[in-house]
Every structure is written in structure tokens, then in C-alpha cells.
Design a protein around this ligand. Structure first.
Ligand SMILES: Nc1ncnc2c1ncn2[C@@H]1O[C@H](COP(=O)(O)OP(=O)(O)OP(=O)(O)O)[C@@H](O)[C@H]1O
Ligand SMILES: [Mg+2]
Length: 354
């Protein structure tokens, strides 16, 4: 038996496919969301007989499979028929009516969008879509700056199904009544996964991403347990990747509980510079110094230190930081001063602190 049996040779890797740990990776099957996918599909079924479909309001906390389930249904739809145009839009990235129209044009493979205004684009979209029918998945819908495009679609695209996805279960009640009364969606809640389900999903990804047998059971169970406690599969994927990288850095052939425990949210920041620009770092620094304060107070500190972003932009970034695991937000619904949010900086914490 060699004393160096557990040392990784140069050029060897613990990963077979690290990309499988990306949040946007689409596994072949989406276990434990069969009923939710059925519900989405049932809203689209009338389109197959040239009737209009139903609309659906999907809500649930971060990292519980809303996006991946909806995308899976769309890709199934695409395989089944050419008669229904599938349109997926991330409204965070495309947050104005004009940008949404550009995305729809791209889904329709319509390229002559240059120098066209919103209304001109919509005339083309309407013409193309009304030949057949369409499904719109509007993900992160609460991040839209305006809803004009939705009104146009509701009024003038005849055979359609709209799936609106958000974390905010109250989003519908805040919606302009002209749109709400036309949308009239059914509701579908995505609840967090049980401990067993979390384990099953992470195990599937582990098999896609890692060389067989490199994960010690104890280490994997720890990841699954953390992801379950945090109620977020995305965090589990993140920890798996970090632990794998750490084990590789140490030239270890196995990923152990020790590697998992050493992962910290701070490493996430350091290893994902792409997701952080100058302004992000500036903002995070101020939040770190004011951790535990109310969002309004932190915004004032940000302005006093020379921050230029408007409050809305500031708030949007805070939401993104929360998703990426930098912050933990505590939303307080009532009180004398109305709704507020307490912001805690998470990046200093080790995983063991959660
Ligand atoms: N049932 C599942 N099967 C396989 N992978 C899953 C499942 N549920 C979640 N995931 C994975 O977990 C990650 C987070 O899922 P997803 O992006 O769909 O969350 P979400 O509910 O849309 O969260 P958010 O509200 O933050 O957008 C993704 O990488 C996704 O592939
Ligand atoms: Mg999502």
C-alpha cells in the first residue's frame, strides 16, 4: 500500500463535469417537481387544440426549482410541437417592455430589430404569434420596471399561456388592476424540499459532476444537511463545488467533511469576481460595516459615502446579493414605520455558523 495513495496527481481532477454544478445547468429530469410541472403543462394544453391557454402565478423562496422546472416544461413543449412558440424571459435581465420585446423577437428568430421602437416591434410580434400560439414564462416578474408589454400581450395575442414566477407571494395583490383582471392566473406554490428530497437532488448533481467515489458519505451528508437547513438547493450546489475545489487544491483524492466545513461564503465572493463589479464591492463594503441595520439606514450610509445608485437600484442589488449568498435579509412586515428589511452580512460566516 502506498503512503501517497490519497494524493491527487497533477492533471488529475475530482470533477468529471464541473459545469453540472452551475445554477443554470439543466439536468435531464427534475425530480420531486412532477406535480408542479404537470400543473404548468396543463395550463398549456388547450393551445394544442388552438384554444387559449391558462395563466399561472408561480411563487416560492429562492433555490426551490421554480426556474428549472419551468424551463424543463418549455423544453418538453418544444420537443412536442412546432405550433407553440416557447418564450422564456428573465425579467431581471430584461426589465423593460422594450427589452422584453427584443427577447421575444429573438425567440421568434426575427432579426430586423434595429432602429425599431417598442410599438413597431410589437406589431411584428403580434403578427407572428397570432399565426400560432405562445407560452411566455416570465421569470422574476416582480423585477420589471414596467408592465406595458404584458398589457399588450394580454390584449392582443390571442392563444397564449403566461407563467409568471416570483419569490414574492404578494406580487399579485400589488399588480395594476387592469392587468390583474386580464391575467386572472391560477396559483402554484413551490414549497422547500424535505431533507430526503434535498439529498436526492444533490446526489443527482454529484453524479453528473464528480468522479465516482470521491465524496465521503459524511461529507456529502453534511452538504445535504446544510442545503436543507438553508432551504436552498443553490447553496448546496455552491458548497459542493467549493468543497471539491478545496480538496483539489490540497491534492486530496477524497472530499471529506473537513473540506466541507472549511468552505465559507467569503470564498464565494473571492471566486466569483465575475458577479461582482466595482460598485458591488463598494456597496458590500458599506453593508459589511453596517451589518444588522435597516435597509433605509444602510442606503443613507451608502449615499453619505458617495454612492450614486438610486434607491430602486440599490434595493435590486440587495436582492441579488441575497440570492448569491452574501447577505441574509430579515423582512419585517409591520410596525410603526411600516415594512422594513434588516440586512446582515453573511460573507464573514463559515458554513458552520448558519
Ligand atoms: N428538483 C430539482 N431537480 C434538479 N435540480 C434542481 C431541482 N430543484 C432545484 N434544482 C437546482 O437547484 C438550483 C436552483 O433552482 P432554481 O434556479 O430553479 O431555483 P428558483 O426556485 O428559480 O430560485 P430563485 O427564486 O432564486 O430564482 C438550480 O441549479 C436547479 O437546477
Ligand atoms: Mg429562478
Amino acid at each position: 500500500m502506498s503512503l501517497f495513495r490519497d494524493v491527487l496527481g497533477s492533471g488529475e481532477s475530482l470533477f468529471t463535469n464541473e459545469l453540472a454544478l452551475d445554477y443554470s445547468f439543466m439536468p435531464k429530469s427534475i425530480p420531486f417537481r412532477e406535480a408542479e410541472q404537470q400543473h404548468m403543462a396543463s395550463c398549456m394544453k388547450p393551445l394544442f387544440s388552438r384554444r387559449s391557454g391558462r395563466s399561472l402565478f408561480v411563487f416560492g423562496p429562492p433555490g426551490v426549482g421554480k426556474t428549472v422546472a419551468a424551463r424543463h416544461v418549455l423544453s418538453d413543449l418544444e420537443e412536442q410541437t412546432d405550433e407553440v412558440v416557447p418564450v422564456y424571459i428573465n425579467c431581471w435581465q430584461h426589465n423593460s417592455s422594450f427589452k422584453v420585446f427584443l427577447e421575444i423577437c429573438s425567440a421568434l428568430d426575427y432579426k430586423f430589430t434595429q432602429n425599431k421602437r417598442s410599438d413597431e416591434l410589437f406589431i411584428i410580434i403580434r403578427q407572428m404569434l397570432n399565426k400560432n400560439s405562445a407560452v411566455f414564462v416570465l421569470d422574476e416578474i416582480d423585477k420589471l420596471a414596467d408592465y406595458d408589454f404584458l398589457y399588450s400581450i394580454l390584449e392582443e395575442v390571442f392563444r397564449k399561456s403566461i407563467i409568471a414566477i416570483t419569490n414574492d407571494r404578494d406580487w399579485l395583490s400589488g399588480l395594476d388592476s387592469r392587468i390583474r383582471s386580464r391575467l386572472m392566473p391560477e396559483s402554484l406554490e413551490f414549497r422547500p424540499y424535505s431533507a430526503e428530497e434535498t439529498k436526492g437532488i444533490l446526489r443527482q448533481r454529484l453524479e453528473y459532476a464528480f468522479v465516482q467515489g470521491v465524496w465521503e458519505d459524511e461529507a456529502f451528508n453534511l452538504v445535504a444537511q446544510k442545503a436543507f437547513e438553508l432551504k436552498d438547493i443553490r447553496r448546496g450546489l455552491f458548497i459542493m463545488r467549493q468543497a471539491g475545489l478545496l480538496a483539489e487544491e490540497k491534492a486530496s483524492r477524497r472530499i471529506t467533511a473537513q473540506h466541507v466545513l472549511q468552505c465559507s461564503m467569503e470564498e464565494f465572493a473571492a471566486r466569483n469576481p465575475a458577479s461582482l463589479d466595482e460598485d458591488d464591492r463598494f456597496m458590500l463594503d458599506i453593508i459589511r460595516k453596517n451589518s444588522g441595520c435597516k435597509i433605509g439606514d444602510i442606503f443613507r450610509a451608502y449615499q453619505d459615502t458617495g454612492g450614486k445608485a438610486a434607491y430602486k437600484t440599490f434595493q435590486r442589488r440587495i436582492d441579488r446579493f441575497e440570492k448569491d449568498g452574501f447577505l441574509i435579509l430579515n423582512r419585517i412586515p409591520g410596525g410603526l414605520e411600516g415594512k422594513t428589511t434588516i440586512i446582515n452580512y453573511a460573507a464573514d460566516k463559515k458554513l458552520t455558523d448558519f
